[in-house]
Design a protein around this ligand. Structure first.
Ligand SMILES: [Zn+2]
Length: 286
């Protein structure tokens, strides 16, 4: 919220200083929001922007554009590559409806992934660029639905009793709707078999399947025993803003895959998400 207040004040300053008679408006970068552009991340982010636009297709009402370039299409959603300065470690991507922009911290992607899946030997290699493309499609969902500032960092700043929960909240509904938007876009593109669009969509489907494998591996091995006792930290939502990541990825997988396995993995996980009426192992009081 603090950053958004800063962002709003910068937008107000920018609007106040606007000159209508200038022939060529300069590229307005994220420095006006108090952030620092990270040119080293431009090639990877630009490739993700290209693939996201490919998947959205030519009939899409909106598209993405690299924010650090002069954007000819003024209705395009600008995407910026931000340096860690001024952003939290886990703030990989956030969208701002009011400025039609998405801010990505590309350099933190690997660290974010390690945080979600650990670093075990059995992990599959997940393509960061495809994952970033998926995240852009998810952000487009937030923007298309008119969600206000959407940081992808779960807000866990709640009391301990509320920390792991299954409570429905408006923010969680926004996240589910944005995931559904991305799944619909991938579904439509994947039918365009043999084209670059279809291939880009299929790559994301593979990446999400690999990510769900890694999340399950992390849950089963790094948190050994937690699945058997239905540990809330593994199956519930951490905080009130974002649903459980593994459940989200399994849900999107099930939405874009006809394979019975994808549906089975989701229903198995949802069964484990249920609050259990019986306690299997309990220490007897002395
Ligand atoms: Zn989101």
């Amino acid at each position: 919220m603090r950053r958004w207040t800063t962002l709003l004040s910068f937008v107000a300053v920018a609007l106040g200083g606007c000159h209508s008679n200038s022939r060529v408006s300069p590229v307005q970068g994220i420095e006006v929001y108090g952030l620092v552009e990270s040119p080293v991340d431009h090639p990877a982010l630009e490739a993700a922007v290209r693939n996201a636009n490919l998947i959205l297709g030519p009939s899409s009402a909106t598209s993405f554009a690299a924010g650090w370039r002069q954007v000819p299409n003024t209705s395009a959603i600008k995407v910026f590559a931000a340096d860690p300065k001024g952003l939290g470690e886990t703030e990989v991507m956030s969208s701002y409806h009011q400025c039609n922009c998405v801010i990505a911290q590309v350099g933190r992607m690997s660290a974010w992934l390690s945080q979600q899946t650990g670093t075990g030997q059995g992990l599959l290699s997940v393509d960061n660029q495809s994952l970033m493309t998926y995240m852009l499609l998810h952000e487009m969902g937030h923007i298309a639905h008119g969600d206000e500032v959407e940081s992808e960092t779960p807000s866990t700043n709640t009391g301990q009793a509320m920390k792991f929960n299954l409570d429905p909240t408006l923010q969680k509904e926004h996240e589910i709707a944005a995931d559904q938007y991305a799944a619909n876009a991938i579904n439509a593109a994947i039918k365009d078999k043999g084209s670059n669009r279809g291939i880009a969509a299929a790559q994301i489907a593979v990446t999400l399947a690999q990510l769900s494998w890694n999340l399950a591996e992390h849950r089963l091995l790094d948190n050994f025993g937690g699945t058997a006792v239905h540990a809330p930290s593994l199956f519930f939502d951490a905080g009130l803003s974002h649903p459980n990541l593994e459940w989200r990825i399994l849900s999107v997988n099930a939405a874009i895959s006809d394979a019975p396995t994808a549906q089975k993995l989701l229903s198995d996980f949802e069964n484990l998400r249920q609050v259990q009426p019986t306690v299997l192992y309990q220490a007897k009081p002395h």
